[in-house]
Design a protein around this ligand. Structure first.
Ligand code: B12
Ligand code: SF4
Length: 647
């Protein structure tokens, strides 16, 4: 029986003892860093693939790691199984059934056969599914177990999931070693020991078995402050092809699926410590580190000029942490006139978005960004330590109205521990009031280590659960036709709004509230369907979403409305017909349309004698939400009329 007790190793002796048998084997200084698939095998659809709807991030984490160990004379390959799989699947006949695991292991085996001298395998949880032990066959575990079974050398696991599951991965012998958190320094130290190099500071967060005991190394917990240039790592990476098999986010799809893209990082970490966010814990502190702006800009120029990259997305959690640094990079982008676009999909801290910065963002090619709002309830904002107040956010939303060229997405959370229905309805009301281009609601879920019982498959019931997508968790539930076909009870909008405001929410109602909030804010009340709105923006965004959710009837219905507003009747009819087809295929969606009176919208098509947005608002008003919807939009209409009059 394996002990669950963590022993914080004091001296390096345990790590050295663990490494001794591997040191004896005198491995070549060859390392392969493997990026696992980031798409869900259980719900894979060829149609989504062909639409380039799956995530395909160039593996920046692995590029950084390879640079970090270069001075040890380690030659590193990067095997991006996500990219390679999507590329392989793209060339396959969609009508022939495919065994995804066979494709995965086939690519891995081909690499192993061609590179017999590689004995160190670093595997990254580049996956979208955190509950790796709760599904039957998780691609990350498949890759690890395949490598362990080969017995060719050291198998190392790293990345966010491995950080949380390090103990289970090591105790279950899925990997020899688990690395926690950001790992440039840890990997350098570890390989230094393996190759008998003089090592300096001992590092914490390296997890392994000493006999049958789980050990986590002790030592420096200092944050990684990586400064290396990644340009050389692109030599073996077909970065200009990633856009041809996938996307980075709805922003990259909106910017144009034909645009080669890449990701960038200026700041690591975030200055804030919102209670619900895993970043501080994952990184070990809420201090931030900054890449040198000149090195980063050289990378941008290299990617744009030599590799044809046309769209960039920031991976930063706190891109605006150093005002002078971001202003410098954006000014350089303007001066170099690289003709690129960019987006910040992860989220900016809204309070820093002042006028000079917004001006420069617009000039330098920004197409959109997200801002964290999280809650519309002041008490909840304080409780979760969000660095914002409703007053400040109102001011920012007003300022953002002067920049209609930006597609701005608000990020909201639903279902914090102890949250009442009233507090959740406050969030809905506030999202409508802020009136951003889109509002991303996320159902709060705790990410935690899997219970040993489940890992050991002692409890087979809990193991047979579904994949859980975190990004965008809930769109999966209602967004994918493959998932939305179940017989679960769905609530009508009226039923939801009768829930008692002062009661703490019931977990099983969370997804229902998500559905209502998403539909009401993003579709029924969308500002870009109203007179004076940027309807083209909405259309491009929805077309981007439709690539991932091709059978989603709400998306097709609102695309048809968008096209009606712009006067493109042909496209409107095509999307309307698509809605009818989508509904014919799904009882689930027919129930939803009834519960939210979308059938009335279908009946009113093509809206010859009325303003579409007014019609939609009337329907929402009929849901009887605990606040006045008409009141919210009156001023807006007056503002619009004023603008028309003064023009
Ligand atoms: C892009 C991104 C994604 C992309 C794609 C990632 C990919 N690899 O393809 C997608 C959209 C798929 C995604 C999904 C998810 N993500 Co994400 N994602 C990010 C983001 C924004 C950037 C990642 C990145 O490239 N960073 C830059 C590189 C340099 O850092 P890194 O990836 O962390 O890599 C370091 C270590 O992880 C480690 N490492 C990584 N791989 C390996 C392999 C080996 C062998 C070793 C030794 C070490 C090692 O060393 C690297 C260098 O220091 C980060 C936030 C951030 N700014 O980092 C969040 C972040 C990593 N995601 C997070 C989460 C929670 C998720 C999700 C669960 C859902 C969600 N809410 O975002 C899923 C599931 C991910 C999973 N289970 O692994 C959290 C992790 C928090 C935690 N406590 O673990 C972060 C920190 C965001 C946050 N604020 O909460 N994500
Ligand atoms: S501001 Fe964003 S990244 Fe920073 S701690 Fe809060 S939620 Fe996490």
């Amino acid at each position: 029986m394996i002990s669950r007790q963590i022993e914080l190793a004091g001296p390096d002796t345990k790590l050295n003892q663990f490494l001794a048998p591997f040191i004896e084997k005198q491995f070549e200084r060859r390392l392969v860093l493997i990026h696992c698939p980031t798409f869900n095998f259980e719900s894979f659809q060829f149609e989504v693939l062909k639409n380039r709807g799956y995530y395909a991030y160039p593996p920046r984490s692995l590029q950084c790691l390879s640079v970090a160990v270069k001075d040890l004379g380690v030659q590193t390959d990067i095997l991006d199984l996500n990219f390679r799989m999507l590329e392989t699947l793209m060339s396959m006949d969609p009508n022939v059934s495919v065994d995804l695991y066979k494709v995965l292991i086939g690519i891995l085996d081909e690499y192993l056969e061609n590179n017999p001298e590689v004995n160190i395998f670093g595997v990254s949880t580049g996956v979208i599914v955190p509950n790796i032990f709760r599904v039957e066959r998780h691609p990350f575990l498949e890759v690890l177990s395949h490598l362990m079974a080969k017995g060719r050398g050291l198998v190392l696991a790293g990345g966010p999931c491995a950080t949380i599951e390090a103990r289970n991965l090591v105790q279950g012998k899925w990997a020899h070693v688990g690395f926690k958190g950001e790992a440039e320094d840890r990997l350098h130290y570890f390989l230094g020991l393996l190759f008998g190099e003089k090592t300096t500071t001992r590092m914490s967060g390296i997890c392994f078995l000493a006999g049958d005991q789980y050990v986590e190394s002790s030592g420096s917990t200092a944050m990684v402050d990586f400064k290396g240039s990644l340009i050389d790592t692109y030599a073996g990476l077909p970065v200009e092809k990633y856009h041809s098999i996938g996307c980075l986010s709805p922003f990259s799809r909106m910017a144009g699926t034909e645009k080669p893209y890449a990701s960038l990082q200026l700041i690591r970490g975030c200055r804030m410590s919102c209670t619900f966010c895993g970043l501080t814990q994952y990184r070990g502190s809420n201090e931030v580190c900054q890449y040198p702006t000149d090195i980063l800009f050289d990378e941008i120029v290299y990617l744009a000029k030599q590799r044809g990259i046309r769209h960039f997305e920031w991976l930063d959690e706190d891109l605006l942490a150093d005002r002078s640094a971001i202003l410098e990079v954006l000014q350089k982008l303007v001066d170099a006139d690289l003709k690129v676009s960019w987006a910040a999909d992860i989220g900016l801290i809204a309070v820093y978005l002042d006028k000079p910065l917004l001006e420069l963002m617009a000039k330098s090619g920004c197409v959109g960004f997200r801002i964290g709002v999280e809650s519309g309830n002041e008490e909840m904002l304080r409780k979760i330590k969000k660095p914002a107040t409703k007053g400040k956010l109102r001011g920012i939303s007003k300022r953002l109205k002067q920049y209609p060229e930006f597609f701005v997405v608000g990020l909201y959370m639903l279902g914090f521990v102890g949250e009442t229905y009233r507090q959740m309805f406050d969030t809905l009301e506030f999202a409508i009031e802020l009136d951003l281009s889109w509002s991303h609601f996320c159902v709060y879920q705790e990410m935690e280590e899997t219970d040993l019982k489940v890992v050991s498959r002692l409890d087979s019931n809990t193991r047979h659960t579904e994949y859980k997508d975190w990004l965008p968790s809930t769109q999966k539930v209602v967004g994918s036709s493959a998932v939305g076909g179940g017989s679960q009870k769905t609530w009508s909008a009226r039923e939801l709004f009768q829930l008692p405001g002062e009661s703490v929410h019931a977990v099983e109602v969370k997804q229902e509230l998500w559905f209502a909030f998403n539909l009401i804010v993003n579709y029924m009340c969308n500002k870009n369907l109203r007179p004076g709105g940027n309807t083209d923006h909405l259309i491009r965004w929805l077309l981007g979403l439709q690539m991932t959710y091709p059978h989603h009837p709400v998306m097709s219905l609102f695309l048809s409305l968008g096209y009606l507003v712009t006067g493109d009747r042909r496209q409107a009819d095509l999307q309307f017909d698509r809605t009818i087809e989508n509904l014919a295929d799904s009882e689930y969606w027919r129930n939803r349309f009834e519960g939210y009176e979308l059938n009335r919208v279908m009946g009113a098509y093509p809206f010859e004698n009325c303003v579409i947005s007014d019609f939609l608002i009337d329907i929402v008003s009929g849901y009887s939400p605990p606040f006045s919807i008409h009141h919210q939009f009156k001023s807006d209409k007056i503002e619009h009329l004023d603008a028309v009059a003064s023009a």
